[in-house]
Design a protein around this ligand. Structure first.
Ligand code: SF4
Length: 186
């Protein structure tokens, strides 16, 4: 892949992180590593641009660390997609989580940044979607603090379209982090 300027994606990620932190602070929400660890959730990611950015971070790791991650990613994929399964949630740890920390934190995709808080989403022409937040047990009785994911999704969609146009890509990927790392080509 030819070098790509990820600066607008990085700016978008910064806006996401800032909005998330503002709302999390108002809830006094602190992720303390609950049993519902989001890094063990089966998430699929759907943009080429986020894959390319994650892979860029991965390729900067030292060779030994990269090989460790590849080994974990292979194990993850073998179990999650065994027997031709489309993907089953086995609560396996993401291959990028080492001792409770994401080792590609600055490169992590959108859903890793937005997960956890109660939120709303307004897809054009469809009903509003509301999410209750993660199972950390910190939101149950608290009044909802508005956290609208829509502008972030729309902005990411625009960045993705630009990326696809520039690389003559079509379609929409459906990939776990492990799959992205094992097949880094865009
Ligand atoms: S990329 Fe990082 S934040 Fe996202 S699931 Fe993996 S370890 Fe967790």
């Amino acid at each position: 892949m030819t070098p790509y300027d990820f600066s607008s994606l990085i700016r978008l990620y910064k806006r996401m992180d800032a909005a998330y932190d503002r709302v999390a602070d108002r809830y006094n929400f602190h992720c303390t590593g609950c049993t519902d660890n989001c890094c063990t959730s089966l998430f699929f990611h759907h943009t080429f641009i986020e894959k390319a950015f994650l892979v860029q971070g991965f390729l900067q790791m030292d060779p030994i660390r990269k090989q460790e991650v590849r080994t974990r990613a292979t194990d993850y994929v073998n179990q999650t997609f065994a027997d031709g399964h489309a993907g089953r949630s086995l609560k396996l740890m993401c291959p990028l989580n080492l001792r409770g920390r994401c080792i590609l934190y600055p490169f992590r995709p959108m859903i890793c940044r937005l997960h956890g808080l109660p939120h709303e989403l307004h897809p054009p022409g469809r009903q509003t979607i509301k999410g209750p937040g993660c199972d950390a047990g910190q939101f149950g009785t608290k009044p909802y603090i508005p956290f609208d994911r829509t502008p972030f999704y729309m902005d990411l969609s625009a960045r993705e379209q630009q990326f696809k146009n520039q690389h003559n890509l079509t379609g929409r990927p459906r990939l776990t982090i492990a799959q992205m790392l094992l097949n880094p080509k865009i």
